[in-house]
Write a protein that binds this ligand. Structure first.
Ligand SMILES: C[S@@+](CC[C@H](N)C(=O)[O-])C[C@H]1O[C@@H](n2cnc3c(N)ncnc32)[C@H](O)[C@@H]1O
Length: 366
């Protein structure tokens, strides 16, 4: 498609999206559901007063919930939604389901049947990396995550993998450790594995944590930790590295050791009753975040020592899982380690040796 055509598709999508958003805001305002101060800026966050994550774009409080019966859809509308869901699956691995259909249907409800048809056709003409696609799938992904998630597996990782990796690198004169947290959501997993690595270095005398939260790795190692996610809002939150401390939130499973890697942070606009903490600079300096689509994009790093891809593959069907696992294997260095979620099954068994420890399973690249 020539550049000019693309520009005009984007312009008309923008117009439709803006109309949709303002109509939805107006409907919310009339229903008394205007967002609180700061709510829209933060994007990914929790439902007020509960530990449940509220997807960006979803309305807070009462109002049409996922189970609110919608008026029966016209055949044209149904067909446009089916086309959209098929493309969402092909581009991002998000399987069509009644929940996904309900979310899309609700978000697109302000559009007339004709406008919806045009909008879907316009979107299908755009590459999956386009920001219009990003805004469309933003609200379809599940961002549930917390620090130290599956701590038994992390303990196994420390004792069975990280100590060995550090020793191996030390024997070769220290050097580089590269970690990729794929599908990292708002960054808790990425920071957790970085803290785990720093703690492991500290325990073998290669790092010192000072009284004022400063940390020195000696001799200076080249530690590179990358967190990636499909969601731009999640990535922005991850870069901000500031988390609210409440019941079933990000800190639900944080131990005293990891607490030392946080400092009190100012309240981001809006939520004033909850304490917020920011990951210390001595951890953040090793970490960066990027948007990345596991289904379509090439691995963002090569020669990686450890890949975490947990609680992501469950959303994909088997052919997509197989492709993504092969791409994770491509990213790894020889003898590099892959850790998946507890329920994930390895579908590229020829690429890895399987290891089972008390906290779970990890895979070593052949
Ligand atoms: C449930 S969270 C898991 C977060 C973290 N790995 C953990 O275990 O706590 C799943 C994340 O996968 C991301 N995701 C889903 N499909 C993706 C894709 N095609 N490419 C990259 N990330 C994707 C979602 O945006 C979401 O943030």
């Amino acid at each position: 498609m020539v550049e000019r055509d693309l520009d005009s598709v984007v312009a008309s999508l923008r117009e439709l999206t803006a109309r949709m958003t303002s109509e939805r805001r107006e409907a919310d305002r009339r229903a008394g559901l205007a967002p609180r101060d700061g709510e829209e800026r933060r994007g990914v966050e929790r439902r007020a007063g509960t530990g449940e994550r509220r997807d960006p774009g979803e309305r807070p409080g009462p109002g049409p919930g996922p189970d609110t019966p919608a008026a029966p859809l016209s055949a044209g509308r149904q067909a446009a939604l089916q086309r959209l869901m098929a493309a969402v699956e092909a581009n991002f691995g998000i399987r069509p389901s009644p929940a996904v259909e309900r979310k899309l249907e609700r978000a697109l409800r302000p559009l007339t049947d004709d406008a919806l048809g045009q909008w879907v056709e316009g979107l299908l003409a755009l590459p999956a990396s386009h920001s219009e696609w990003t805004s469309c799938v933003e609200s379809l992904t599940v961002h549930e995550t917390y620090f130290n998630r599956d701590k038994e597996m992390l303990a196994t990782l420390k004792h069975q993998v990280l100590f060995g990796l550090i020793e191996h690198k030390r024997e070769r004169g220290g050097g580089r450790i590269r970690i990729w947290s794929a599908g990292c959501s708002t960054g808790e997993e990425t920071y957790s594995v970085t803290m785990l690595l720093l703690e492991s270095l500290r325990e073998v005398g290669l790092a010192r944590l000072g009284a004022f939260g400063d940390l020195e790795v000696v001799p200076p190692w080249n530690i590179e930790v990358l967190g990636t996610d499909l969601s731009g809002q999640a990535i922005r939150a991850a870069r901000h590295a500031t988390y609210a401390d409440f019941g079933l939130g990000s800190f639900r499973d944080l131990g005293a050791t990891e607490r030392r890697y946080f400092e009190p942070a100012p309240h981001p606009g809006g939520v004033r009753q909850t304490e917020h903490y920011r990951v210390l600079e001595c951890v953040r300096r090793f970490v960066r975040f990027e948007r990345h689509n596991l289904v379509l994009d090439a691995p963002p790093l090569r020669d990686v020592d450890l890949v975490l891809c947990r609680n992501v593959l469950i959303y994909f069907d088997d052919p997509v899982k197989r492709r993504v696992q092969a791409s994770l294997a491509d990213a790894l260095a020889p003898r590099g380690v892959l850790v998946m979620g507890g329920v994930d099954v390895l579908l590229v068994a020829d690429r890895f040796d399987q290891n089972v420890g008390s906290g779970g399973t990890w895979y070593v690249k052949r």
